[in-house]
Write a protein that binds this ligand. Structure first.
Ligand SMILES: Cc1cc2nc3c(=O)[nH]c(=O)nc-3n(C[C@H](O)[C@H](O)[C@H](O)COP(=O)(O)O)c2cc1C
Length: 407
């Protein structure tokens, strides 16, 4: 077996995980209309279960019907919880049989806010009106979430957390990234009322939900968040950028300091926005900037936050870009204490066995690695299911032909 720092055990929230590999949340847009995992969802997670990853970070799962990002987005509720339970059980049994241990399965709970499309067309629920997004789309109906609606989201999170515990998940991610509701609130400087203006107001709903989820779970499950360190929009849009358009981590650090006080031990760091500036969130080919610049940005931000919060376990994002060298690159990050866990997104669609192959052979198969071509995103944006049409072509190329090429 290959000797790698990625395979060193790590203690997390009272448990010991055998390795540092995280399968990042990757939506397949393939749930049932009610929001339960369907055939392709199960196929994907059972492939992940055979991967040997220490953490499987289950994809964005809605806490309300109106906050779903697409009609096939997973949605945990009283009707679907049984199907989630069945799948989580299967993931754990499969991993135990194939890899000899049960991974941590953390579910990402979300409200899609501005990107809500519960019926297939945009039905944005926004924190505030924003010309960055709305230019040319002024006639589209926008619902500005009022304070009463936002307060009700706390109950939705608490209810979803209870259901997620019933379903057998090991942890809850209160999602605060990629422009979705809680992340958009972080930049609601001009919003009036209790959720806008000051730092305390802009973070109120997010922290209220963290508290509500913690109250439901007690110490039984891990509470965590996938957090945007900065939005990377030009000033004055978004959060985490100063007047000179330089990245400014002051508010991200304030948020993490509060989370640490609340006893949060694990944070998954990401940045940018997949709709407007996807190359920042996931460095890729055919991009406005060299992917290595994007990789360096993620490296520097993650390193700075880890240095500032050495006791918080940090997951790094965006590690697929180095392709056949992705694992070697991740080793460097762990070795340099940039992060504690190496998170892989697109690679998991293309090549779910990459880590066990690396352990066995000391290298990745270059014919299986992700090509960073963004076809998985094209599929998603075309409104159908997503996966890798190149490396998992038997299943996903027919969708790519029908919904992208032939359209
Ligand atoms: C098709 C697709 C679906 C994704 N779904 C989610 C999601 O559900 N939640 C989330 O936080 N990020 C999601 N992401 C972002 C990934 O988790 C990851 O941050 C991004 O792909 C960069 O990592 P990578 O370079 O390893 O791919 C998605 C990305 C893609 C391409």
């Amino acid at each position: 077996m290959t000797d790698t720092i990625l395979n060193t055990p790590i203690d997390l929230c009272g448990r010991t995980l055998p390795n540092r590999i995280v399968f990042q949340p990757m939506e397949g847009c393939d749930g049932t209309l009610k929001g339960a995992p369907d055939e392709l969802t199960s196929r994907r997670y059972l492939r992940f279960a055979c991967s040997g990853a220490g953490i499987i970070w289950f994809e964005a799962t809605a806490v309300t019907a109106e906050g779903r990002a697409n009609p096939r987005q997973l949605y945990i509720n009283a009707e679907t919880v049984g199907d989630f339970k069945e799948l989580v059980g299967k993931i754990k049994i499969t991993a135990l049989e194939k890899c000899g241990f049960e991974p941590l399965v953390i579910v990402q709970l979300t409200h899609s806010g501005r990107f809500s499309k519960p019926n297939g067309t945009p039905e944005p629920i926004v924190a505030y009106r924003n010309e960055l997004w709305e230019k040319g789309k002024e006639n589209q109906p926008y619902t500005v979430a009022d304070d009463a609606y936002l307060a009700s989201v706390t109950q939705s999170y608490a209810a979803a957390a209870q259901l997620a515990m019933d379903a057998g998940f090991d942890g809850i991610d209160v999602k605060c990234c990629h422009g979705y509701l809680f992340n958009e609130l972080l930049s609601a400087k001009k919003r009036s009322g209790i959720y806008g203006g000051s730092f305390e107001n802009r973070t109120k709903l997010f922290f209220d939900c963290i508290d509500a989820v913690k109250k439901v779970l007690g110490d039984k499950l891990i509470v965590t968040t996938r957090l945007n360190a900065c939005d990377c929009f030009p000033y004055p849009y978004g959060y985490g950028v100063d007047e000179n358009n330089n990245i400014d981590l002051t508010e991200a650090e304030k948020i993490i300091a509060v989370l640490a006080e609340k006893g949060i031990e694990l944070i998954n760091i990401t940045l940018g926005n997949p709709y407007l500036i996807p190359h920042i969130n996931r460095p890729c080919v055919n991009s406005p900037e060299d992917g290595n610049i994007g990789l360096e940005r993620i490296y520097n931000i993650t390193k700075a936050l880890k240095k500032r919060f050495p006791d918080i376990k940090i997951v790094s994002s965006g590690l697929t870009f180095p392709g056949e060298n992705a694992v070697t690159y991740a080793e460097k990050l762990i070795d340099e204490n940039v992060c504690d866990f190496a998170g892989f997104g697109r690679m998991t669609f293309a090549y779910p066995q990459f880590f066990s192959d690396y352990l066995e052979k000391g290298e990745l198969d270059k014919n299986k690695v992700c090509l960073k071509c963004s076809k998985c995103t094209e599929l998603m944006r075309s409104g159908t299911v997503t996966g890798c049409p190149i490396r998992d072509s038997e299943v996903y190329m027919p969708y790519y032909k029908k919904y992208v090429l032939d359209k």
